[in-house]
Write a protein that binds this ligand. Structure first.
Ligand SMILES: Cc1cc2nc3c(=O)[nH]c(=O)nc-3n(C[C@H](O)[C@H](O)[C@H](O)COP(=O)(O)O)c2cc1C
Length: 209
């Protein structure tokens, strides 16, 4: 008979293996590479153009169709009023209606989705987008810029909103900090740094060799 300690050890190993398998399923780090005939869509939300700068780099490397996400009713120009509105929308789960329409979403195999961190969460317009379009069976690749506090729960929410897609490991980098008057930060030397970070990430997720 197995000693009690051996039983515990075995149970621990089994649990570790199971949780590793689950994590691998949830966050695949390796895609299947990107054959030339795969169609790419790059959708991004950007208020002060930092996320757009990352989208531009991805586009430069891989091509595809770029789409900026716009709302029917834009957020206020004032930063604090916007933060207040976003916090309220997050509390109630309000999904702001989009002005942007994607023509023939089914034609795309790979969908990059880019967004800033807002209120440490996925911005409501990106939630609207992922609610409105089902990318079932497609590969979703998230990317993020933030004010220095990281991606928060953004990537987790993308996974939750796309249960029938393969969501690859996201890319996150520091952008601006509008609160302190720092708008577009991903430019000049910083844009070069981010270009290298993006190249490394695209290799890690198997999109580039
Ligand atoms: C409404 C709002 C909320 C924000 N909340 C956060 C936050 O919770 N954490 C963070 O690191 N940055 C936060 N930021 C800063 C942005 O994530 C950062 O400036 C980002 O680079 C902006 O991207 P964009 O230039 O593409 O709009 C916030 C910005 C705005 C406008």
């Amino acid at each position: 008979m197995m000693r009690r300690i051996d039983v515990l050890k075995t149970a621990f190993v089994v649990l570790c293996l199971l949780s590793a398998a689950t994590a691998a399923q949830q966050i695949p780090t390796k895609g299947l590479g990107l054959p030339a005939d795969k169609k790419i869509l790059i959708v991004y939300l950007s208020r002060t153009n930092n996320t757009k700068a990352v989208a531009d780099i991805i586009h430069e490397k891989l091509g595809g169709k770029m789409v900026a996400l716009e709302l029917q009713t834009p957020y206020p120009a004032d930063y604090h009023a916007t933060v207040q509105q976003v916090v309220g929308e997050n509390e109630t789960g309000y999904l702001p209606p989009l002005k942007t329409v994607i023509d023939g979403p089914d034609q795309y195999d790979v969908v990059f989705v880019g967004f800033p961190t807002w209120d440490m969460k996925l911005p409501p317009p990106m939630k609207s987008f992922l609610h409105q379009y089902s990318f079932r069976g497609k590969t979703i690749i998230p990317f993020n810029s933030n004010g220095g506090y990281g991606p928060g729960s953004t990537f987790q929410t993308v996974r939750e909103l796309c249960p029938q897609s393969t969501v690859l490991q996201g890319f996150s980098t520091r952008g601006g900090l509008e609160r302190d008057g720092q708008l577009l930060a991903i430019k000049d030397a910083r844009a070069e740094e981010v270009r290298k970070e993006v190249e490394r990430w695209l290799r890690t997720v198997g999109i580039r060799k």
